[in-house]
Design a protein around this ligand. Structure first.
Ligand code: SPQ
Length: 440
């Protein structure tokens, strides 16, 4: 077995021994769907029941914000959570600043909801990473709808202040494919009189559209033109939501089992919404052996069990419309590429520079420290695979996806790796390292 220790200074020490990964795993609930279930539950009328919720730091931030806004949310757990909604437009003015922690989804989607709470004042902040992330992408179109929002750097950085206003519908051509931009505007549009239309250059994840329809919103999607239209004002009714496992969390095990010889894992109950399965398409094209079993639809979201066996991977070129379908998996994909034969070229991924860390720089720097041949480009990475990696001291930049991606690289490296600031993983996958200790 590999030796994996968690030290008191928040470091994972990983000494690999090539032990194959075998067995069956259940990854935690999908983060994007969990946020949306809490949010829609809070603004719907009646009770929402959530099964399978991710209890990670990001979803705890969402729950804390909506509790401060008056929604009754039961103790968060993966089994059964209830949300007593307040109804559209009825959030209360909180007595203190809202804190979105590390979560871009919480802050951006919340801005759309808060902007429409007429006559109430809100202030929202986050941790150092979130305060450095761009908010103009949602503030600019919300201002066009009539919102009043103030913040640092020309209203583009948190802390932000919002004075709720009656809003007008708009037609918005988003310059980026972003589910957070689209969702913030849809949430604002629920409160307006008329049709709001949002068009993106490529399709981003569509969990908001699916869940809004299930809660009763009048919404239509034109997939061919990447356009969503919502007719407001809406009345949302509390629903039962069953959250599938997060494919972004499953991705770490898909890559680990692919690159460690003689491995075979079954990942049960994973969300396979086509707007999220770019990682399956790309790993498949690289030669990975992944099969979908027991495919089904669970409360409007496609779900399957994923079986993965180790395989010889080869380099590939990716870009364009694929990128929004695997945007959060690029760090772990880079790890797969480091162990593949030939060159992997990743393009059109400049968005990675404004995530929890600058993920292009972080991935390139840390994999280079391990001996990988990685070139950082303005909008992507070139990775020459097949160079054996060496364990060393590695930094997560406080980014959950970096912590887990580096752990998988360390699992297939020679010598010992020390991954510092590793508890960042708790943002989306608190049990990750315990599971790693059990199976590696
Ligand atoms: O919520 P946050 O911090 O932005 O989380 C990330 C992640 O890696 O977990 C991004 F850093 O996921 C985003 C994702 O990149 C979650 C998300 C959503 O739930 O709507 C959409 C994506 O962001 P975007 O800006 O492309 O819409």
């Amino acid at each position: 077995m590999a030796v994996i220790q968690i030290t008191s200074d928040d470091t994972w020490q990983i000494q690999a021994d090539g032990h194959p990964l075998r067995g069956s795993l259940q990854v935690p609930g999908d983060k994007s769907i969990s946020h949306r279930a809490l949010m829609l539950g809070a603004i719907a009328e009646g009770t929402t029941h959530i099964e399978g919720l991710l209890v990670g730091e990001d979803t705890c931030s969402t729950a804390a914000c909506f509790r401060a806004l008056g929604a009754e949310i039961s103790h968060l757990n993966p089994t059964a959570v209830t949300v007593q909604g307040l109804g559209i437009g009825h959030l209360q003015e909180p007595g203190d600043v809202l804190n979105a922690g590390n979560s871009g989804t919480t802050m951006r989607l919340l801005l759309g909801v808060l902007a429409a709470q007429t006559g109430r004042f809100f202030a929202i902040t986050g941790d150092a990473s979130l305060r450095s992330r761009p908010m103009a992408r949602v503030v600019t179109p919300l201002l066009q709808m009539g919102a009043q929002i103030w913040g640092r750097q020309h209203h583009s950085r948190a802390p932000l202040a919002v004075l709720g206003q009656p809003l007008e519908p708009i037609t918005y051509y988003s310059p980026i494919a972003s589910a957070q931009v689209k969702s913030a505007l849809l949430l604002a549009a629920l409160h307006t009189e008329g049709t709001t239309i949002i068009r993106e250059p490529h399709r981003s994840r569509d969990h908001s559209e699916r869940m809004l329809q299930a809660f009763g919103a009048c919404l239509s999607v034109d997939e061919a033109t990447c356009t969503v239209s919502l007719e407001g004002p809406a009345v949302l009714k509390g629903q039962k939501v069953i959250v599938p496992g997060d494919i972004s969390s499953a991705a770490f095990w898909l890559v680990a089992a692919s690159i460690i010889p003689n491995s075979e894992l079954v990942l049960t109950n994973v969300g396979v919404n086509p707007t999220r399965t770019g990682i399956l398409d790309v790993l498949g094209a690289m030669g990975a052996e992944i099969t979908l079993e027991n495919e089904r639809l669970v409360t409007g979201e496609p779900v399957a069990d994923l079986r993965v066996r180790s395989a010889t991977l080869k380099g590939i070129r990716i870009g364009g419309e694929l990128i929004p379908r695997l945007i959060d998996e690029i760090p772990i994909l880079a790890v797969a590429a480091a162990f593949a034969e030939g060159v992997t070229e990743i393009r059109d991924a400049a968005e990675l520079r404004v995530k929890e860390s600058d993920r292009l720089k972080a991935v390139a720097t840390e994999l280079q420290k391990m001996g990988a041949k990685v070139t950082e480009l303005k909008d992507g990475l070139d990775i020459q695979g097949g160079v054996p990696l060496q364990g060393t001291h590695l930094e997560t930049y406080g980014d959950h996806r970096m912590a887990m991606s580096l752990a998988i690289a360390a699992l297939n490296a020679q010598g010992t790796s020390h991954i510092h600031n590793a508890r960042a993983a708790a943002v989306s996958y608190p049990e990750f390292v315990t599971t790693l200790q059990q199976i590696a």
